[in-house]
Ligand binder design. Structure first.
Ligand code: ACO
Length: 320
């Protein structure tokens, strides 16, 4: 059996925030942000939170696939910013959409989360364990950002993207994922820490901390290597790839990856300018946009690739 994506959906935070608005908050400028990252605006969640965004994206993906939530066997949700430690975000989405027959759980692989989730779901589908699954990438990094730190607060947005996938007899799907825990310190966000029984101190939440240049170097080295390796193993030529859907962290990273792969940048759709870096949600949001805009044709070969904290990375080759 082969994993086939049969529906997509997405949802962004309800509040659009421009670079000019951030100029009022920290010492920065639209010029600096746009020239270094490509970002002009981002959407931040308000009261809705990540569960609501994920559920909305999920409902849209099910509707587009023509699949009732009751037909879902599995919900796998990737996030590093869940609303609660438990219940899992996936279980909360299950409850909200009424996917009574599914099993639901979260995975955490930061910005590579959606790739890791789709890779994992594929294993369940090819083994025959499940037939129909919902894969969600959602992050609400605005709640993990130090809004006084200009080095990080300008980069992120909130959102969710989802795909319904089904085990089919024909199609194309292969994937590869990797991780390197020894370099995890270049991109971190501490979870609850500091709670202490003896002193009675309450736990505090940490903020995102990043060595931007090291993350940049990691991404532009690892992503093309990972894609090249996967395509070579699959015997697939780059010229047959219609689009490369990369994690939207930085326009310059995507342009450098395109150059290193020797592929025209036009094959690398981008929406970072509008959404900022939405972490695990960026690839499925981009996928959904291309789908809604009618830019994907059945049979198109697509490469998805992500990278992020962990460090983690991965790529997928699939046929739409
Ligand atoms: N506005 C104005 N000035 C700023 C800002 C800002 N928002 N942020 C940093 N600066 C300043 C710094 O303080 C520094 O000033 P100094 O020279 O006086 O010390 C100067 O700009 C240069 O800072 P750098 O960090 O060297 O800037 P760089 O050119 O590396 O750009 C950036 C920073 C955009 C983060 C870049 O390193 C990058 O894109 N890295 C990739 C990381 C990434 O995309 N992370 C996203 C999250 S991770 C993920 O999704 C996997």
């Amino acid at each position: 059996m082969i994993t086939k994506i049969i529906g997509t959906g997405s949802c962004a935070g309800s509040r659009r925030v421009t670079n000019q608005e951030l100029e009022q908050l920290v010492e920065t400028s639209d010029e600096w942000i746009h020239s270094r990252t490509g970002i002009s605006t981002r959407y931040l969640a308000q009261e809705e939170g990540s569960c609501a965004m994920a559920a909305e994206a999920a409902k849209k993906a099910c509707a587009q696939a023509g699949v009732s939530p009751k037909e879902l066997d599995l919900i796998l949700l990737a996030t590093s910013t869940p609303e609660n430690c438990f219940p899992s975000e996936a279980c909360q989405v299950q409850g909200r959409i009424g996917a009574d027959h599914a099993v639901a759980f979260d995975i955490s692989a930061a910005c590579s989360g959606f790739i890791f989730a789709l890779h994992t779901v594929h294993s369940f589908l090819v083994s025959g364990t499940y037939r129909t699954a919902l894969v969600i990438g959602v992050d609400e990094l605005s709640k993990a950002v130090d809004w006084s730190d200009r080095r990080t607060c300008v980069l992120f947005g909130d959102g969710a993207g989802a795909c319904v996938v089904r085990a089919e007899k024909e199609g194309r799907f292969c994937s590869t994922i990797g991780s390197d825990g020894s370099r995890g310190d270049i991109l971190t966000c501490q979870a609850r820490s500091g709670g202490n029984f003896l002193t009675g101190k309450r736990p505090e939440l940490g903020f995102i901390a990043m060595d931007g240049q090291e993350v940049f170097k990691f991404a532009v080295k690892k992503v093309p290597a990972c894609i090249e390796e996967m395509l070579e193993k699959e015997g697939e030529k780059k010229e047959n790839i219609r689009f490369y859907l990369l994690h939207q962290a930085n326009e310059r990273i995507i342009e450098t990856v395109a150059k290193r792969l020797g592929e025209p940048v036009e094959k690398f759709p981008m929406n970072i300018g509008q959404y900022g870096n939405t972490s695990a949600a960026s690839i499925p949001i981009l996928f959904d946009e291309l789908n809604q805009e009618g830019k994907l044709k059945r049979g198109d070969k697509l490469v998805l690739a992500g990278f992020g904290a962990g460090l983690t990375w991965g790529s997928i080759l699939l046929e739409w």
